[in-house]
Structure formats: structure tokens, C-alpha cells
Design a protein around this ligand. Structure first.
Ligand code: T4K
Length: 376
């Protein structure tokens, strides 16, 4: 079997047609208004409200600054604890820490790798102020159970929706659960503004607070009302967003075709598990993770290394766990006893390339290769 001439990565950014971007940039240049809540920025916010089916949207220069700001906007007591998942990108616990709060890691569900809601209450102490679950890979957390726990214990809920652009649970936008939700529009995301992100929230009362926090805390020319940051999205980012809003659905359909081939070809293979999206939830098609079970003849790492030889770059998202990082490994909640499922799955998960431009032949080649390395 021949290797690919060009590397096949986990993803490829969705990019608008260059000529349409040129027109957008021409407008921006002519207006001389290039950042700080410009026309494109405001238009993108408005359009995103209907795409994501949420009441309020504030766009940001990246998802991490959006998440930092979301936590800040919740006014959590200094030094309080935020329960989160170790099975995520470093941004999730780091934003907790950067806010002077303490991450407390909760184990995950073996089925879909999201935070295990049944384990949350055991971790609640008088110091707990919030829960920060992640809809990892696009799989929805148990939003109902998390809502009940939060209500019973008076906790804020901040959802990390970095992987769930446009996902709906029973027809409801995924950004409407919890007090506030964070989306990433990074180049590697289904919908991107190259770098970018947004906050979605139901409470209109948060609008002014977030607007100020995103802009250094400036309320008006004479008043700085809060300890803010610079989280503003510029007009070129917003333009790419406006153009990509027209394209992301087609990208999703193409990804669905890729996913179908993977499922058809790989699901008959013994000891490979393909986690399923629940029937009431739409699939963002952000990632295609598979679980290499213990009895499979090769380990996840062997498969990853083998693919590399053929110029295919799969990813071990999210290995290592955040609880393995030097800066978190000594936390009590980082113990293996507390996180048995996450520690088990971190060595079994492999994300396969998933993007619209991945043609049928290449997907078949990846699947054939999978079968071939099985027989090595
Ligand atoms: N919360 C969660 C749960 C997240 O997953 C993330 C980000 C965040 C919060 C924070 O949101 P942002 O602040 O990023 O908006 C990538 C992304 O950079 C990151 O946004 C994402 N999660 C994470 C899961 O994936 P890396 O370190 O894997 O990126 P990198 O550079 O290895 O890119 C992955 C592959 O994508 C490359 O092998 C090739 C391809 N690629 C990448 C770029 C940047 C391209 O083809 N073109 C490109 O321009 O983190």
C-alpha cells in the first residue's frame, strides 16, 4: 500500500473563496474601521444568534479568551473550586486557574467521554462554586442531570462548547444550557474565523458586563468599570466568519459522507468501538474518535505510529489527560482512583482525519490501511 503524497491531517480549515474575501477586505479597508466592534463584528453576532438558537452572543478573538471571560463574568468567589473534566484541551482547566480558581477533576462516562454527572456530587464541597463540563468531540453532556445538581447546590454552569458548533439537543441550541456557553472558532473547528470564539447566554443582564470585560473593562470614555481584557474580534476575522456561515452546512454534509464510510468500513472490525451520538442530538461532525479496545491486536499507539508511516496524522486527543500535566498532577482530584475511566480511555482513543475535502478514495485508503495494519 502506497503512502499519501501529501500529509493527511486530522482536519483542514474551511476557507471561503479568496475572491469573496477580497471583496470583504476591500470594504473594510475603505471604511477604515478594522476592529473594536465594527459593522462585520456586529453582523456576525446577530447572525450567530439565529444559527446557534441563543438569545445573546458576544464574539471574541479566540475561544480561550472567551472562556476566561465567561468565568470572570460569573463572579465566582476567589479561590473557589470549579468541577471539570480532565478529558479536554488544556484551555479548559487553564482558564479556571487563570481566574484564580481551583480545577477539580471529575471522571468521565465510558460511553461518550463527557463528564460523569453521577460523580459530580461526591466532589462538591463548601468551596465549590461552578461546574465546567465539555461537550467533548461533539457528544452532549448530561445537561439535565447537571442542571439539577447545579440548582440543588447553587452552582454556576459554564459549558465548553468548543466542539459543538450548531449542535442541537431535541431542537434546542446547545448554547442555551447552563449559565453561559463558550464556542471556539479556531481554524481547526467546523466553523472558523481563523482564530475566534464566542459566548452564548440567555441572561440579557450579562450583556453589558461581557461587553465591558471584553474591552479592558471600559464602560465609557471616562469610566473603567471592571478588570477587563482585550478579547475583541477584528473585522477580517468577522468577515471570514460571515463567509464561512454560508459554507459550514455544506461542509457538514461532506463530513457526514466521510463519517458514513468510516462507520461502514470500521464498525465490523472486532474490538473497535465507534461512540454513538444520541438520537435526539445533531452531530457537529467536529471529530471522529474511535476506541481501540483492550482485546484489539494492536495498541492505540501502534496504530497511530503505523498511520504516520503512510503520511496520515491521526491525533490522540485528549492524551495526556489534563490531570497528568505537571501543574495539575498533584491535585487530590487528579489521582487515578478518582479518574479510572479517563485514565483507561486516554490510552485507547484515536481521532481519525475528518474534513469535507477528504475525498472518498482517501477515506477508503485510510480504512484499507487500518485493515492492513491489523494483519501485520
Ligand atoms: N476548549 C476545548 C474543548 C478545545 O478543544 C479548545 C481548542 C478550546 C477550549 C480553546 O479554543 P481556542 O482558544 O483554540 O479557540 C487544536 C486547536 O488549536 C484548538 O483550537 C483545539 N481546541 C484543539 C483540540 O486542536 P492542536 O494543538 O491540536 O493544533 P495543531 O496546530 O496541531 O492543529 C491540528 C491539525 O490541524 C494540524 O495537524 C493540521 C491542521 N491545521 C491546523 C492549523 C492551525 C491546518 O490544516 N491548518 C491550520 O492552520 O490544537
Amino acid at each position: 500500500m502506497k503512502s499519501f503524497n501529501k500529509p493527511i491531517f486530522i482536519t483542514q480549515p474551511l476557507l471561503p473563496d479568496l475572491s469573496s474575501l477580497e471583496l470583504e477586505i476591500k470594504e473594510i479597508f475603505e471604511s477604515k474601521w478594522v476592529t473594536n466592534h465594527g459593522i462585520k463584528h456586529n453582523l456576525l453576532e446577530n447572525k450567530l444568534k439565529s444559527v446557534l438558537k441563543v438569545n445573546n452572543i458576544s464574539v471574541f478573538n479566540n475561544g480561550t479568551i472567551a472562556l476566561l471571560t465567561a468565568l470572570k463574568a460569573m463572579n465566582l468567589p476567589a479561590g473557589s473550586e470549579v468541577i471539570t473534566t480532565p478529558f479536554t484541551f488544556p484551555a479548559t482547566p487553564h482558564c479556571i486557574s487563570w481566574n484564580g480558581l481551583k480545577p477539580v477533576f471529575c471522571d468521565i462516562n465510558p460511553g461518550n467521554m463527557t463528564i460523569n454527572a453521577d460523580k459530580i456530587e461526591d466532589l462538591i464541597t463548601p468551596e465549590t462554586s461552578a461546574i465546567l463540563p465539555v461537550h467533548v468531540y461533539g457528544f452532549p453532556c448530561d445537561v439535565k442531570a447537571i442542571h439539577e445538581i447545579a440548582e440543588n447546590h447553587n452552582l454556576k454552569v459554564i459549558y465548553d462548547c468548543a466542539h459543538t458548533f450548531s449542535t442541537e439537543i431535541a431542537g434546542r441550541g446547545i448554547g442555551t444550557f447552563g449559565d453561559i456557553s463558550v464556542f471556539s472558532f479556531h481554524a481547526t473547528k467546523l466553523f472558523n474565523t481563523i482564530e475566534g470564539g464566542c459566548l452564548a447566554y440567555n441572561d440579557d443582564g450579562l450583556n453589558e458586563k461581557i461587553y465591558n470585560l471584553r474591552n479592558f473593562g471600559i464602560k465609557n470614555e471616562e469610566e473603567v468599570a471592571d478588570i477587563g481584557i482585550n478579547g475583541k474580534m477584528n473585522e477580517i476575522q468577522a468577515s471570514i466568519g460571515l463567509l464561512n456561515l454560508e459554507l459550514f452546512k455544506e461542509e457538514q454534509s461532506k463530513r457526514m459522507e466521510v463519517k458514513k464510510i468510516y462507520k461502514n468500513e470500521l464498525s465490523p472490525i472486532k474490538d473497535i468501538r465507534i461512540p454513538e451520538m444520541p438520537g435526539n442530538t445533531t452531530d457537529s461532525l467536529q471529530y471522529f474518535p474511535i476506541v481501540i479496545e483492550e482485546d484489539f491486536p494492536l495498541t492505540r499507539n501502534q496504530i497511530y505510529d503505523e498511520f504516520k508511516k503512510y503520511n496520515i496524522f491521526t491525533r490522540k486527543y485528549f492524551y495526556p489527560l489534563c490531570s497528568d500535566y505537571e501543574v495539575y498532577k498533584n491535585l487530590r482530584s487528579s489521582s487515578i482512583d478518582n479518574l479510572p475511566v479517563a485514565n483507561n480511555l486516554k490510552n485507547k482513543i484515536l481521532c481519525l482525519p475528518l474534513y469535507g475535502n477528504l475525498d472518498k478514495e482517501s477515506v477508503m485508503n485510510i480504512c484499507d490501511l487500518f485493515k492492513k495494519i491489523l494483519s501485520i
